[in-house]
Design a binder for this molecule. Structure first.
Ligand SMILES: [Fe+2]
Length: 183
């Protein structure tokens, strides 16, 4: 097994039991449920790995994450996870991860009922991250090559919060992880 996949397993061993913010699931449950939702909807390996690792920026060690050059603190962990993921898995995995916070703003701006699908924590962060997008922001988001993948990822992210849902172990995703490695 490659070093990077081993490192991902270690990160989840070390910090996967931490709670996912104020939600009722752990980081591990949230990641695995997101990956499973992607897999169940018949997505590519890249999209499944993006779903599985979309919040790895929260649990990777500080020394592994590059410092963000972004001014905007709100999206720092996505940006930093993006830099890390891009090195090993390329844009098809890293770009949807980078865009998944903006994707929530996009979905709430485009679809009136989307806010009602958000947990209270997620709704609060939506406002903290800037709330509704302007027309220019919507257009910029749609110019991203992987914006549709980011929207799909966002919907799994917002659903993957069930404390009672059964999940496999992270090693169950080894085939997809190996398929996506570029380095
Ligand atoms: Fe998430």
């Amino acid at each position: 097994m490659t070093e990077i996949i081993q490192r991902i397993y270690e990160v989840f061993d070390q910090r996967g039991d931490e709670m996912y913010g104020n939600e009722a699931v752990t980081q591990r449950q949230h990641a695995l449920q997101s990956g499973l939702l992607a897999r169940k909807s018949g997505q590519s390996s890249q999209q499944i790995v993006a779903a599985l690792l979309h919040d790895i920026g929260h649990i990777l060690s500080e020394s592994e994450l590059p410092h963000s050059t972004e001014e905007n603190l709100d999206d720092q962990h996505e940006e930093r996870a993006y830099e890390w993921l891009k090195k090993y898995f390329g844009a098809a995995v890293a770009d949807p991860v980078r865009l998944h916070v903006a994707a929530k703003r996009y979905l709430c701006s485009k679809y009136e009922d989307y806010e009602s699908k958000l947990s209270p924590t997620s709704l609060k962060s939506y406002y903290d991250q800037g709330g509704k997008m302007s027309d220019a922001e919507l257009a910029t988001f749609e110019s991203e090559p992987f914006y549709k993948q980011a929207l799909a990822l966002r919907e799994w992210d917002d659903t993957a919060k069930d404390p009672n849902r059964e999940t496999p172990v992270i090693q169950d995703f080894e085939t997809e992880l190996k398929t996506c490695l570029i380095a």
